[in-house]
Design a protein around this ligand. Structure first.
Ligand code: ADP
Ligand code: MG
Ligand code: MG
Length: 251
């Protein structure tokens, strides 16, 4: 589904190189964890997958279902089935969460040449999924993310993800700022979306999210390169011994 080859990228503004030759292959049905110390380039990798303009790819390529992802704009990527849950969800004052979700779903449908959802059809879908994620009607009426707690933001984001039914989900530090209960609700929401047709890249600094979302493959990113790949036990090893064994390896 996704193949990242020798990806080098830098910050557009000042030319600082962040990614220094990332290789990553993700098949449909797989959940990959990308772990690594702060500043290793995890968020940068997710932003590049989403098509954020602050970064420049200087070398390498990204194939998504065999197509060049880097040639596609952010909207095209979303329509093609890429979804990114950001580490820091943005607040949109003045736009009710419900309205935002409807706009996102209909934009995706339009890009795919499908008709907009009718209001009853949209409401039916939202209510069914929102209930699973403890997203209340009150939250749906409030402006997106404004005054939401950390847990509410992440739940709203997973709700958006479940409504868009992406084929590739990239979750950047979904566990940050969550207490144990919120972590469980969010993880269950993510686990429900696991399927043979869908792949996920779960980015996290800590092992604890991976107690709930069990990955098939674990990668360690350090200084802009994947320096180690293993099974789920690699995450446990990192929890016990820290990143020190791997951090030097990329230098
Ligand atoms: P991680 O998510 O692994 O903590 P990031 O991808 O956020 O790492 O950042 C990698 C490095 O690049 C850090 O040193 C960070 O400060 C720097 N960086 C990332 N994006 C920007 C940006 N837009 N402007 C300046 N520095 C950035
Ligand atoms: Mg960070
Ligand atoms: Mg980050």
């Amino acid at each position: 589904m996704l193949e990242i080859k020798n990806l080098h990228a830098r910050i557009a503004e000042d030319g600082t190189e962040i990614l220094r030759g990332v290789d990553l292959k993700v098949n449909a049905g797989e959940v990959h964890a990308v772990m690594g110390p702060n500043g290793s380039g995890k968020s940068t990798l997710s932003y590049i997958l989403a098509g954020k303009s602050d970064y420049e790819v200087t070398e390498g390529e990204i194939l998504f279902h065999g197509e060049n992802l880097l040639d596609m704009g952010p909207d095209e990527r979303a329509a093609a089935g890429v979804f990114l849950a950001f580490q820091y969800p943005i607040e949109i004052p003045g736009v009710a969460t419900m309205e935002f979700l409807k706009t996102a779903m209909n934009a995706q449908r339009k890009a795919r040449g499908e008709d907009a959802l009718t209001i009853p059809d949209f409401m039916k879908r939202v209510k069914a999924r929102a209930a699973d994620l403890n997203v209340t009607m009150d939250m749906l009426k409030r402006p997106l993310n404004v005054g939401f707690s950390g847990g509410e933001k992440k739940r709203a984001e997973i709700l958006q993800m479940s409504l868009l039914e992406p084929s590739l989900c990239v979750l950047d530090e979904t566990d940050s700022g969550l207490d144990i209960d919120a972590l469980r609700v969010v993880s269950e929401g993510v686990n429900k979306l696991r399927s043979p047709e869908r792949a996920m890249i779960v980015i996290t600094h800590y092992q604890r999210l991976l107690d709930h979302i069990i990955p098939d493959v674990v990668h360690v990113l350090s200084k802009g390169k994947i320096v180690k790949t293993g099974g789920k036990e690699l995450a446990l090893d990192l929890e016990k011994n820290g990143y020190a064994d791997y951090v030097g390896a990329a230098a």
